[in-house]
Design a protein. Structure first.
Length: 202
């Protein structure tokens, strides 16, 4: 069953990735499709937390915002290559998530959910008000386009292909983790404890 799901996911991903070759569409279509694929990556991560561990997190998207703003600011201010900035941005977002996890370690059930909601609102307000770093309502201006192997991904269709491959890779990774020993243990803890975040006992 696991291999079948991975195969189906891979085949669908390849078909979606090659859509720009088969379909001629306006650049705006590929931009919207790219955002959809990026949303799939976020949804895959949320499934790992909420679907498997049964921990309801309402600040998942806010953490993605932390990583995005950090990556953009590193590229603009320090001239860091965009791909490297994305890696550092993800690390910074993970650090912020660890800090929140440490603060809310003693909370359970609805209290934990409310804490994640509060964190989401705090980060959202920070994104809007810290204009020197985030650009406020206008966002960051002047972020260089992502590039791979010295190939610019500024073209919307090419960027869509990369986003699609990344989304399918993320989904396949979640499928592998879900059927691994760790994934089954995580799901068991979530089922037994009803979302208790104290996974150290695992």
């Amino acid at each position: 069953m696991k291999n079948k799901s991975l195969t189906i996911c891979f085949v669908i991903g390849i078909v979606l990735a090659f859509l720009p070759i088969m379909i001629h569409a306006q650049p705006s279509v590929w931009r919207i499709a790219s955002l959809f694929m990026l949303s799939l990556i976020i949804a895959a991560g949320l499934h790992f937390v909420t679907g498997m561990a049964k921990v309801i997190s309402l600040c998942h998207v806010a953490f993605c915002g932390v990583g995005a703003y950090a990556a953009g600011r590193l590229s603009i201010s320090l001239g860091m290559p965009p791909l490297l900035a994305v890696i550092f941005g993800a690390a910074i977002a993970g650090g912020v998530a660890l800090i929140l996890a440490w603060i809310t370690l003693s909370l359970e059930d609805y209290y934990l959910t409310l804490a994640t909601l509060a964190a989401s609102e705090i980060l959202s307000n920070l994104f809007r008000s810290w204009t020197a770093v985030t650009g406020g309502e206008n966002g960051l201006i002047g972020v260089p386009p992502l590039s791979l192997l010295n190939i610019s991904l500024a073209a919307p269709a090419l960027y869509y292909v990369v986003c699609t491959l990344a989304a399918i890779g993320a989904i396949m990774l979640i499928l592998v983790l879900e059927n691994s020993a760790f994934g089954k243990s995580l799901r068991a803890v979530g089922d037994v404890l009803g979302g208790d975040p104290h996974l150290v006992d695992l």
